[in-house]
Every structure is written in structure tokens, then in C-alpha cells.
Design a protein around this ligand. Structure first.
Ligand SMILES: [Zn+2]
Length: 208
């Protein structure tokens, strides 16, 4: 736990922001700096630092040869459009499983990216990102670059989101590695950090 306690100052780090159905995202007054993920997809944007790390990871594994970005930053309005379109086309159950409510999507932070194996047809909502080949190689190296596979089947009861093997979230290092090592999703990790913070505050607050 040493590393967690020493990370107390990072508790408010933007990279660890928790966004889910009970923690809606409040768009900031100071805009996040967004950059295109690759020249071929100028509309898919990611927060500047997250993109630097993603690019380094892709370079290490030769990722862009076989992987394409599907979705990065989304505004509230874009999330609303995706949600409404999916409701019309896929129905309520599917949509509630795979599309976050507008205001409650991590994509609005600019720190989340959906990736797909390069194929002729890519499903926008549920892209194919298998547990083998280059995609698995990406997954295995992701934590070293600060990314976590955010929604895993065994954590559905915590995240409220069905497994999304294609959705990666930048949380930074060493957080991603600690989360992976312990099998914690972001909800669990955030709760733990808050507990550590309370403990730390109490200890340094008077020593009684
Ligand atoms: Zn996603």
C-alpha cells in the first residue's frame, strides 16, 4: 500500500476522474486540449497527454498496422446523439448495456478510446477487439502506458456496464499498473484512494 498512500497528492489528478451513472461529468471551464489520434481519422480526438502515451504504446507494438481508433472524445451532444440513435436502432436493453447515458460517459473527458481490429466493417458501438493477436498484445502492454481495460465482465456488478473489450481508459502510471495487478476497476480504486485519503488526513490532522 506504500505507493497508494504516497499518491495522496494525486487524488485530484484529472486522469483519475471517475465518470459513471452516479458520477456525471461536468465539463470544465478550462477546456481539455484535444488532438487527433491519427492523421487518417482527424475527427477522433484524445486528450493531449493520453494521446502521447497511446502513440508510444502503438509504436512499441506496431499497433496502427492492424488497429484502428473508433471513438475518442465525445461532447455531451454527441453522446446524446449516439444514445438516441442506438435506442432507435438497437432498442433499450442493448443501449443501456453498451451506451452510457449522456453526461455519464468517460468519452466526454477525452481520456477514453474505443479501438478495433482493422477490418472492412467496424461496428461503432461494439467494435471487435479480440483477446488474441495484436489486440491482446495491446492489452498486455496497456497498463505500462497508463491505460486500463475499463469494463470487464467480472466487474459488471460494480461498473454497471457490460464487458467492453474495446474500451480503454487512460488513468496514468502507476495507477493503471496497480489496478491491473490487484484486479481493481476504477470505481474500486477510487473508493480505495478516498479511504486512504481519509486515513491520511486523520493521521496528519492532529495525531490523537
Ligand atoms: Zn468506449
Amino acid at each position: 500500500m506504500r505507493s497508494i498512500v504516497s499518491m495522496e497528492k494525486e487524488l485530484h489528478s484529472e486522469n483519475l476522474i471517475l465518470v459513471n451513472a452516479s458520477h456525471p461529468y461536468h465539463e470544465k471551464t478550462a477546456a481539455v486540449k484535444l488532438c487527433p489520434v491519427c492523421p487518417e481519422t482527424p475527427d477522433i480526438l484524445l486528450e493531449e497527454h493520453a494521446l502521447l502515451r497511446l502513440s508510444a504504446l502503438m509504436e512499441e507494438i506496431g499497433g496502427w498496422e492492424e488497429i484502428v481508433p473508433v471513438s475518442g472524445f465525445r461532447s455531451f451532444r454527441e453522446q446524446q446523439e449516439i444514445f438516441d440513435t442506438s435506442l432507435r436502432e438497437n432498442g433499450e436493453e442493448y443501449t443501456r448495456n453498451f451506451v452510457a447515458l449522456p453526461g455519464c460517459s468517460e468519452h466526454q473527458t477525452g481520456l477514453a478510446i474505443d479501438l478495433a481490429l482493422k477490418k472492412e466493417e467496424v461496428d461503432f458501438i461494439c467494435p471487435d477487439f479480440p483477446y488474441e493477436g495484436i489486440c491482446q498484445r495491446f492489452r498486455e502492454r496497456a497498463a505500462a502506458y497508463g491505460f486500463v481495460e475499463r469494463y470487464q465482465e467480472e466487474k459488471k456488478h460494480v461498473t454497471g456496464i457490460a464487458a467492453e473489450p474495446w474500451h480503454f481508459r487512460y488513468v496514468g502510471c502507476p495507477h493503471a499498473e496497480i489496478m491491473r495487478e490487484h484486479g481493481w476497476c476504477l470505481e474500486e480504486y477510487a473508493a480505495l484512494l478516498n479511504t486512504e485519503k481519509l486515513y491520511h488526513d486523520r493521521k496528519s490532522g492532529g495525531g490523537q
